[in-house]
Design a protein around this ligand. Structure first.
Ligand code: FAD
Ligand code: SIN
Length: 557
């Protein structure tokens, strides 16, 4: 069996001469990694509770660059209690999750979600309303009712705008953009050997690459919250922006923390087919919620033979159906037909999609939109409990990088923004009760050691490896899997891993190299988890085990 070697950072010698190098390095009470909905909403609450403490947010790109910014459909939450209720939303979530959701967590998220959405609104987020003042409710695949609050087709942009504006008004929150977190500080960096069964692993902060100065800084913190988002970038076709490389999940795995359910990668059925363009522009499922129909090249209703819910069946079913039709016909895309839809309503609800299609010569009222499935959402991630606590002490995780138990084997559309705000609040509650009792460590952590490294001779080695990684994952660990493909992926990934570790040992750290390293770890974790699951369930479909196993269990690594 091929096993990836784990290595937390470059070798560190802890001896007297190294001790002489210590100085009073950066410290903060609360370190948040990531400036999407999860990180920002946590920071706002914690800053209000502790006006005398500093909350530092690190983010590797511009502060607004995140999956959050691109969310289109909206946030699923029950607001119309005449037609809808919590039980229906809970039931829809459990059905989508295909037997693997944690029912207590589903209950928590759906019921508490309403209050958290009210907070988003109180912080300045706008959602579309009807003329009479009620919220306009969209509908997406797997939802039995209209319940998705949205702001046109740019809901995520609006949420990110409002949260950042509020953060900028909050004096004790500092955002450091272009700071790439490399690894978490744990006892490992004090020379202690830790393994995945060590029970007292603790997080003390992080090593961070400042992309402006190119220096690697050591940052100590009493509490660290990972809100680093997903990893769509490990696939060739993805709706995720370039930041989505799974860094937080890879860091936790390297620090010997627990990650779970990584085989459940959600492919969105309708990303715009635009060869050579990355990431793929999303055509929100809400378009199908408003009546658009998926068609094959000859104009037939694509879903007619697959599911009685037609084009609005849950995503796993629709993405598999499209994948199957593409394989059968040899076509490289299918179509979404909006030609029959009301022009004014369409342009009002989906102005961004309308303009994007127009910009590439597609008139959605005359032409069908070419679409392909694209990697979209990580249902698994860093394993957390009901207060977002990871298996590593003083380390929390929320948002897409976490595995809370809400999504199980398949996420219900528009449940992720909701999960992020419910869990950032729950982490806040736990931190509120603990922060004053946590001390900075007495031990001195070593500075980053870059001895023996030099600038890479050619960046092409890294960019080519990233391409190879995407090819391996897309060809062998995509929508339909089997034992042979997974084994091949594992072998190819191991070669890439060995080459990249060698590069990591010998060359100067760059963000591209760090992302490659993280994405190889993610590729390994997805593949390994998929190999361990000897059944088909939710988003994991393998032709070798097409049925459910008798017992539904999480895959924990
Ligand atoms: P993100 O918003 O992705 O933020 C991650 C942050 O971490 C970024 O700031 C990033 O720079 C930072 N980061 C990552 N690694 C590092 C590092 N090493 N060092 C420093 N910083 C780092 N969900 C819904 O519920 N409804 C929708 O309508 C919807 N539509 C979507 C449409 C698209 C196109 C996409 C891509 C996703 C959509 N989703 C939707 C999913 C949802 O947007 C995400 O799951 C959610 O926004 C994730 O939020 P987050 O805060 O966890 O992470
Ligand atoms: C979409 O708008 O189709 C995406 C919604 C989601 O991923 O939750």
């Amino acid at each position: 069996m091929v096993k990836l070697k784990q290595k937390t950072q470059k070798s560190i010698t802890i001896n007297n001469s190294n001790h002489a190098k210590y100085y009073f390095y950066n410290m903060t009470d609360v370190l948040v990694i990531g400036s999407g909905i999860a990180g920002l909403s946590f920071a706002l609450k914690t800053a209000a509770q502790f006006p005398d403490k500093k909350i530092l947010i690190l983010t590797k790109a511009n502060e607004d660059e995140s999956n959050t910014k691109y969310a289109q459909g909206g946030i699923a939450v029950v607001t119309d209690f005449e037609k809808d209720n919590f039980e229906k939303h809970i039931s829809d979530t459990l059905i989508a999750g295909d037997g693997l959701c944690n029912q207590d967590i589903v209950d928590i998220v759906i019921r508490e979600g309403r209050l958290r959405v009210d907070e988003l609104i109180s912080w300045g987020t706008n959602f579309d309303k009807e003329a009479e003042g009620d919220y306009k409710l969209g509908r997406e695949g797997g939802h039995s009712e209209h319940r998705v609050l949205h702001y046109k087709d740019i809901t995520g942009w609006e949420i990110e705008r409002a949260l950042l504006a509020k953060v900028h008004e909050t004096p004790n929150i500092e955002i450091s953009q272009h700071h790439f977190v490399i690894d978490l500080l744990t006892q490992h960096h004090l020379g202690r050997i830790i393994t995945r069964v060590t029970s007292d692993i603790q997080c003390y902060g992080a090593y961070v690459l400042n992309l402006k100065t190119h220096q690697i800084e050591k940052l100590e913190s009493k509490i660290v919250v990972l809100a680093t988002g997903g990893f769509g970038q490990v696939y060739r076709a993805t709706t995720n922006p370039s930041i989505a490389t799974g860094d937080g999940i890879a860091m936790v795995y390297r620090a010997k923390g627990r990650v779970a359910n990584l085989e459940f990668v959600q492919f969105h059925p309708t990303a715009l087919y635009e060869p050579g363009v990355s990431p793929n522009f999303l055509i929100t499922e809400a378009v199908r919620g408003d009546g658009a129909i998926l068609r094959t090249k000859d104009g037939s209703d694509l879903m007619a033979n697959y599911d009685k819910r037609g084009s609005l069946a849950p995503r796993d079913i629709v993405a598999r159906a499209i994948d199957n039709e593409m394989k059968k016909s040899g076509d490289d895309h299918m179509y979404l037909d909006c030609r029959h839809m009301d022009r004014d309503n369409f342009i009002h609800h989906f102005p961004n999609i309308y303009e994007k299609c127009k910009s590439i010569g597609i008139d959605v009222f005359k032409d069908m939109i070419p679409v392909v499935p694209a990697a979209h959402y990580a249902c698994g991630g860093i394993n957390v409990d009901e207060y977002g606590r990871t298996s590593i002490k003083n380390l929390y995780a929320c948002g897409e990088c976490s595995n809370t138990g809400l999504h199980g084997a398949n996420r219900l559309a528009s449940n992720s923004l909701l999960e992020a705000v419910v869990f950032s609040h729950r982490i806040f509650l736990d931190v509120r009760d603990r922060l004053d009792s946590i001390q900075f460590p007495e031990q001195k952590f070593p500075e980053w050691n870059a001895d023996g490294t030099s600038d890479p001779k050619e960046m092409v080695i890294i960019t080519q490896s990233i391409k190879e990684l995407k090819d391996i994952m897309s060809s062998y660990v995509g929508i339909v899997r089997n034992n042979g493909r997974l084994k091949r992926a594992q072998e190819r990934l191991y070669l890439l891993f060995k080459e990249t570790e060698e590069l990591y040992e010998t060359t100067t750290i760059s963000p591209q190299l760090l992302e490659l390293r993280n994405m190889i770890t993610i590729g390994y974790l997805i593949t390994r988890s998929a190999m361990l699951r000897k059944e088909s369930r939710g988003l994991h479909y393998t032709t070798d085990y097409p049925e459910h196993a008798s017992v539904a269990e999480q895959t924990m690594l």
